[in-house]
Structures are given as C-alpha cells and as structure tokens.
Design a protein around this ligand. Structure first.
Ligand code: NAD
Ligand code: ZN
Length: 246
C-alpha cells in the first residue's frame, strides 16, 4: 500500500482538546482532564441541567470567567497546520475545540463543529453578544446575567451535550471528510458523536485515516497509522514529512 504521506490531495483534519493541552487548556477525558479530575464538571456541559438549575448556571459563568483559554496562545501543533496550508496543500480543519486557537494561529478553513466560547447567545430569542461583554456583567455583580431583550437564559455559543449541532457546520464538516485523501484525527478521544464519525465518513470515501492521540480511540482499527507521541512533537514532524523537508 502506498504510504499516505505520498498522497497529494486534500487533507482533512479533525482536532480535539488534546491539540490545545500544550497551550495550557486541559482536555476533558485525558489523564489530567477536567472530567477525569472532577466528574461533577460534566454536569456543567449538559444543556438540560444548565437550563433547569440556576445555581449550576452561576457555576458555569464562573468556569467561563476562569477558563485558561483566555490567556492561551497557539502552540507548535496549531502552527504546523498553518504551515501545511501555506505550502499550497488544501487543508480543511474540523475542530471540536471552542478556543479559536486554530484561527488565531492563522488557519483559514476552520469548521467549529461545537461552536465557540467567544460569543454568547440567548436560548429563547435571537439575541447574541460577546463573551467579554457578558463576563463584564458577571464581574459587575450579575452572577447569572439574563437576556437584555427577553429576560431569557444566556449561554456561551458552544454546543452543549443534549444540544443539536448546527446543520451548516455538519454539512461543511462532512464535505471536508468526504473530499479528503488523508484525514488526520488529532487530540481527540473520538467519543463524542457525530464529530468522531467524520473519521468513518473520510475512510468510507477513500481517505487514509491517521490518528495522533496518546490514548486508544474507538476508531483505531480504521487507521492507516496511529501515532502516540505528544502532539506538539508529532504534528510538526508529520508536516515536515508530508512536505518532504524532514
Ligand atoms: P477529550 O478530552 O475527550 O480527548 C482528548 C484526547 O487527547 C485524550 O485521549 C488525551 O489522551 C489526548 N491528549 C491530550 N493531550 C495530548 C498530547 N499533548 N499529546 C497526545 N495526546 C493528547 O477531547 P475531545 O475528544 O476533544 O472531546 C472533548 C469535548 O470537549 C469536545 O467536544 C470539545 O468541544 C470540548 N473541549 C474543548 C476544549 C478546547 O476548546 N480546548 C477543551 C476541553 C474540552
Ligand atoms: Zn432573549
């Protein structure tokens, strides 16, 4: 079989929280993940609990305020993907991350399949605003700020468990997966669906799947290659190998 590194067509990339741990943002399910160390934190990410429980919303706003992502900067793995695209190779990134580090690194095509933490939406009306504005209200003494238009519940513009994914984002993600010749799954436990199933979509359409993750995933059996090294080392090296300059 030809080495996937020799293929010259589009590269699809699915990234998860593991690509941002080197930027100081803990993942959820890794050995030092937020949920691994504090299983109660999972409640904060479930839509039905968030809507039903004002005390939980207060904790959620505090967790947003204290998120290390506000201070984080892109790391060599994010930058390696930018370098790959700058070489002229077609690169489409599907990210489960809400931290915008791909965009800040300079990547062009990024589908935020789980939304982002920089915007705020109302669950009852069309109101949207920035997270910075809303965290300003929290700091000024509103522990669970309400929608200024309708009085409804505000939340980060992220997709919580129990919420539907945006249909445009799914369509764009499927397009990237279906048209990829090589599909890299980087830093994801591949346990959250439908995001993880993009690996199957890519393989079914003929892509070579390459998994870069410290731990096993449910998609390991489909992979042409599995790389267990730290992502911050592995991704810059893989990009050098793909570009033939290693
Ligand atoms: P996950 O926590 O389920 O899995 C992360 C995986 O990355 C783990 O298997 C871990 O072993 C591996 N990993 C972590 N650091 C690594 C490194 N340096 N080298 C190699 N492997 C490493 O993450 P997920 O699959 O993305 O699912 C979590 C969900 O939570 C996502 O849907 C995402 O929206 C959200 N989330 C986002 C962020 C963020 O934006 N940075 C952070 C935490 C959670
Ligand atoms: Zn509203």
């Amino acid at each position: 079989m030809t080495d996937w590194r020799a293929r010259r067509g589009p590269i699809g990339v699915l990234t998860g929280a593991g690509i941002s741990t080197d930027s100081g943002i803990p993942d959820f399910r890794g050995p030092r993940g937020v949920w691994t160390e504090n299983p109660i934190a999972e409640l904060l990410s479930t839509y039905q609990n968030y809507v039903a429980d004002p005390a939980l919303r207060v904790r959620a706003w505090q967790a947003r305020r204290d998120n290390p992502a506000w201070q984080a900067t892109p790391n060599p793995a994010h930058l390696a993907l930018v370098r790959l695209a700058e070489s002229g190779r077609q690169v489409g990134i599907i990210t489960q991350n809400i931290d915008r580090l791909h965009q800040r690194a300079g990547s062009g095509t990024v589908v935020e399949i789980h939304g982002n933490m920089f915007e705020v939406v109302c669950i009852d009306c069309e109101f949207t605003t920035s997270m910075a504005t809303t965290l300003g209200r929290v700091a000024a003494g509103e522990p669970d700020p309400a929608c200024p238009d309708c009085g409804g519940i505000l939340k980060a513009a992220t997709v919580m468990f129990g919420q539907q994914l945006d249909s445009d984002a799914i369509r764009e993600a499927v397009h990237i997966a279906e048209t990829a010749e090589v599909f890299l799954a980087v830093g994801s436990s591949l346990q959250v669906e439908p995001a993880a199933s993009m690996c199957a979509v890519a393989v079914d359409a003929g892509a070579d799947l390459v998994i870069v993750n410290a731990e096993q995933t449910p998609y390991d059996d489909y992979a042409a290659e599995i790389i267990r090294e730290p992502i911050g080392d592995a991704l810059p090296r893989l990009v050098s190998e793909i570009l033939g300059d290693s």
